[in-house]
Design a binder for this molecule. Structure first.
Ligand SMILES: Nc1ncnc2c1ncn2[C@@H]1O[C@H](COP(=O)(O)OP(=O)(O)OP(=O)(O)O)[C@@H](O)[C@H]1O
Ligand code: SF4
Ligand SMILES: [Mg+2]
Length: 370
């Protein structure tokens, strides 16, 4: 069972127009996250005394608008997966609030979360580990129906076969097992399972990073097509900007448990304001050879500090070439310095002579009176 490995460039979807992003600007957010915190306690000794905490997610604010794709990027360990597990309520926050369709779901019990599980689904990074090897494809894709007690019109098998076709597999794969499939096909199975109950929000945690580069674009394209066809809203997590640059309407950049920049895609690529974003972008290959010399590669010094004991003030200061005294003493708040462009930095890039704005109403860029 092989998968076609066409030239990636042909498969990359067209960049989304800013019209798409704007279509839902005024609508109430599908997901509203405020002050989200997840600290994992570190215990010591026989009495399991708490000796500290891993500050995996440490106070983040954002909205996800209906129909959009929000990309979330950042280096390994910055809290992306933890954030994904919190907003899908696979994990429970230690602080802050999560509202889904206007309803507070922050601390709902498993029983009361059950109806929401239909509407919010997750696609995982590892397309093999996330599929039970002892179950057939039919069994795997029909699990959500069984868990929710849903009987599709026309019968379960027919609906599962329709889903397999929808993600580019054959209905005849119904009785096969995960090991018979390639990585890309397995990720398609994961996508079919996530879409089974027609969710509203899909959180995809590094959905293609375990796949061969030539397959990555196919799976990203599939997700993009399905979004249009089914009216899905996506949060797509990636560790660099190359995978999500084409499909995101807006992008949140995370560093050590914080969002440091949040902006629509075009503004982020054309004039990044946070030094960390600038460094991340400098590592993304420029496809046009004529422009290749324009972006100087910024090599960040040092490693990401430990989330157990993050630096004071700005968490990026130990690696930032622009750091000054104020960066050590004062944490920069995430503020809208332009319409819809929020950044947490005392000395932002591409800021011109604009004065710093007051902290924004998250996700809205409201400080600029949008
Ligand atoms: N269950 C847990 N218990 C303790 N620490 C955890 C737990 N889950 C995550 N962490 C820690 O929280 C921090 C954030 O982890 P997370 O997996 O969210 O990062 P990530 O951005 O998804 O990284 P990657 O790109 O490697 O997937 C890391 O320091 C990690 O070790
Ligand atoms: S606040 Fe200071 S240390 Fe942090 S990113 Fe901005 S300039 Fe760098
Ligand atoms: Mg992760």
């Amino acid at each position: 069972m092989t998968e076609t490995t066409d030239d990636q460039s042909k498969k990359i979807p067209l960049q989304k127009g800013t019209e798409d992003a704007k279509a839902s600007d005024g609508a109430a957010p599908l997901l509203r996250v405020r002050g989200l915190v997840r600290h994992f306690p570190i215990t010591k000794g026989l009495l399991k005394r708490q000796a500290g905490a891993v500050q995996a997610v440490d106070g983040i604010d954002f909205d996800v608008r209906p129909g959009e794709t929000l990309g979330v990027v950042g280096e390994s360990g910055c809290g992306k997966s933890t954030m994904g597990r919190l907003i899908t309520r696979l994990d429970e926050p230690t602080g802050g609030t999560i509202e889904f369709q206007g309803r507070d779901i922050t601390h709902l019990s498993p029983g009361r979360l059950r109806p929401m599980r239909r509407d919010v689904q997750m696609i995982f990074q590892d397309p093999y580990g996330s599929l039970n090897p002892r179950h057939t494809i039919g069994g795997i894709v029909s699990t959500p129906f069984r868990l929710q007690g849903v009987e599709p019109e026309g019968g379960l098998k027919k609906e599962v076969q329709r889903l397999l076709e929808l993600v580019g597999l054959s209905p005849e794969h119904y009785n096969r097992y995960p090991h018979e499939f390639s990585g890309g096909q397995r990720q398609r199975i994961g996508i079919a399972r996530a879409l089974a109950l027609k969710p509203k929000l899909v959180v995809a945690d590094e959905p293609v990073s375990a796949l061969d580069v030539s397959i990555q674009a196919q799976v990203v394209n599939l997700m993009d097509d399905l979004q249009e066809e089914l009216g899905l809203t996506y949060v797509i997590i990636a560790h660099d900007l190359s995978v999500i640059r084409h499909v995101s309407d807006r992008i949140a950049v995370m560093y050590l448990g914080k969002i440091v920049e949040l902006s629509d895609r075009k503004a982020l690529y054309e004039s990044p304001m946070h030094p960390y974003t600038k460094a991340l972008l400098s590592a993304v290959p420029v496809p046009d050879p004529k422009r290749r010399t324009q972006r100087d590669r910024i090599l960040l010094k040092g490693d990401v500090p430990s989330p157990i004991n993050p630096p004071s003030g700005c968490r990026f200061r130990t690696r930032c070439w622009k750091a000054t005294e104020v960066c050590t003493t004062t944490e920069p708040p995430l503020v809208a310095l332009r319409t819809g462009h929020q950044v947490a930095c005392h000395h932002p890039e591409n800021a011109g002579d604009r004065p710093a704005a007051a902290p924004a109403e998250p996700g809205e860029g409201a400080a600029t009176g949008e």
